[in-house]
Design a protein around this ligand. Structure first.
Ligand SMILES: Nc1ncnc2c1ncn2[C@@H]1O[C@H](COP(=O)(O)OP(=O)(O)O)[C@@H](O)[C@H]1O
Ligand SMILES: [Mg+2]
Length: 415
């Protein structure tokens, strides 16, 4: 990311605290003008958190368009952002394949023997049809280190034995080598899965039959189901079988929520396993939806009181230039120095998003005239073809009589 130093530093601090598990149940508000990178900042935080922390992203308006109540939609979003790490003990056989013999009987059935060893012991196993198929599928050969899950019979190849490395000089770079394990061949191993609370909810509440799973239409989930699951998970935690991983719920355009949703948020943030809630808004002092009161960012004061606020500021000319440059590289568009400068100027005067759009259009114009790179004239052409918000408003003011439904004193400024 470019610029936005203090906002990024603050975001970095929050990511660190989340990773250390210090701020579950807190909320952060990212406030700033449109196009100042609020959404981009939240996405960057999601990446920095990595795969093991659940991250859910919704837009404030989504709550109203789903076929369920607002609070149900919010509850689901919350539960998607809380992960459960479940530990399981699995019986496995792990070792290096010494020998693998497969005999084909005339009847068609296959029978075989496999010798496995660790540094300390060696055992010969009789293997049946099913195991044989799994071994063939994984292309297991003598000299491989393999792991077999005893309950499911799943075979996984961990790599080639180091001791065989010399024999396979010609095997290329993609071969992975592994150490021959020591100790017993059979052992118990701890496996860890991470699932979200919402996934557990859905699996346990298939009231409409399994077809609902294909439709992706999970509908509302009964509160009894959730309560049962909460109790079960609390038990697992006490027994040390499961661990709660509070993730992050990102609510973009949070001013679109109404007063009922805000009250729900307040309460949900207080519950034991609440994720960190990150919200973004581009509103100043405005109406709180569903009420007749105004407040900063359109959020009720009792919610604002719980938040820490990160603010983003408009970009400077140089920063806009750099962002546009990154963007053009990503879109495989070649911009001449001059056209980049013009685009950056346009970005500074109108908006970053408008300038970004123009890159794509200018590239099309350039391709049509079979040019090698976008030049000043291409940008000028698309600038006259497509209006930005300000010029469009000017135009509206000038010709308002000729439009349908035009109110002369209407305030067209989008803030
Ligand atoms: N610091 C940045 N570095 C790179 N790209 C950025 C940066 N800030 C914003 N952008 C880009 O600008 C556009 C608008 O940013 P966005 O995060 O959607 O704004 P907001 O959510 O504040 O309205 C996005 O395409 C985003 O990728
Ligand atoms: Mg945004």
């Amino acid at each position: 990311m470019v610029g936005q130093k203090s906002a990024r530093r603050a975001a970095g601090l929050i990511v660190e605290m989340i990773k250390e598990g210090k701020i579950a149940g807190r909320a952060v508000l990212v406030a700033g003008q449109p196009g100042t990178g609020k959404t981009a900042l939240a996405m960057a935080m999601a990446q920095a958190l990595g795969e093991n922390t659940p991250f859910t992203s919704i837009a404030g308006s989504e709550i109203f368009s789903l076929e369920m109540s607002k609070t149900e939609a919010l509850t689901q979003a919350f539960r998607k952002s809380i992960g459960i790490r479940i530990k399981e003990e699995a019986e496995i056989i792990e070792g290096e394949v010494v020998e693998l013999n497969i005999d084909k009987h005339p009847t068609g059935t296959k029978l075989g023997k496999m010798t496995l060893k660790t540094i300390d012991m060696e055992t010969c196993y009789d293997i049946g049809q099913k195991m044989m198929d799994s071994l063939t599928k994984e292309k297991v050969d003598a000299g491989d280190i393999i792991c077999i899950d005893k309950s499911s019979g799943k075979v996984s190849k961990l790599g080639r034995s180091f001791t065989k490395a010399r024999d396979y000089d010609a095997s290329g770079m993609q071969v992975k080598f592994a150490q021959c394990p020591g100790g017993e061949l059979q052992k118990t191993k701890e496996v860890v899965h991470t699932v979200s609370l919402h996934e557990i909810d859905v699996i346990n509440s298939r009231t409409q039959g399994f077809l609902a799973l294909f439709a992706g239409d999970t509908g509302e989930i009964k509160s009894e189901v959730r309560e049962q699951i909460n109790t079960r998970i609390a038990e697992w935690r006490e027994e040390g079988k499961a661990e709660i991983v509070p993730g992050v719920l990102f609510v973009d355009e949070v001013h679109m929520l109404d007063i009922e949703c805000f009250s729900f948020l307040n309460r949900a943030l207080e519950s034991d396993n609440s994720p960190v809630v990150i919200m973004a808004t581009n509103r100043g002092v405005t109406w709180i939806r569903g009420s007749d009161q105004k407040s900063p960012h359109g959020l009720p004061l009792d919610l604002l009181d719980r938040l820490v606020i990160i603010s983003t500021t408009p970009y400077s000319y140089e920063e806009i230039e750099e962002i546009l440059k990154i963007r053009s590289e990503e879109e495989d568009v070649l911009l001449s120095e001059e056209s980049l400068a013009i685009l950056a100027k346009i970005g500074e005067d109108t908006s970053l998003r408008y300038a970004m759009r123009l890159i794509t259009f200018a590239d099309l114009v350039c391709k049509r005239r079979k040019g090698a790179e976008v030049v000043k004239e291409d940008v000028q052409k698309v600038y006259t073809l497509f209006l930005d918000e300000e010029r469009s408003s000017e135009y509206l003011k000038e010709y308002h009589d000729e439009f349908m439904f035009s109110e002369q004193d209407m305030n067209i400024d989008v803030e």
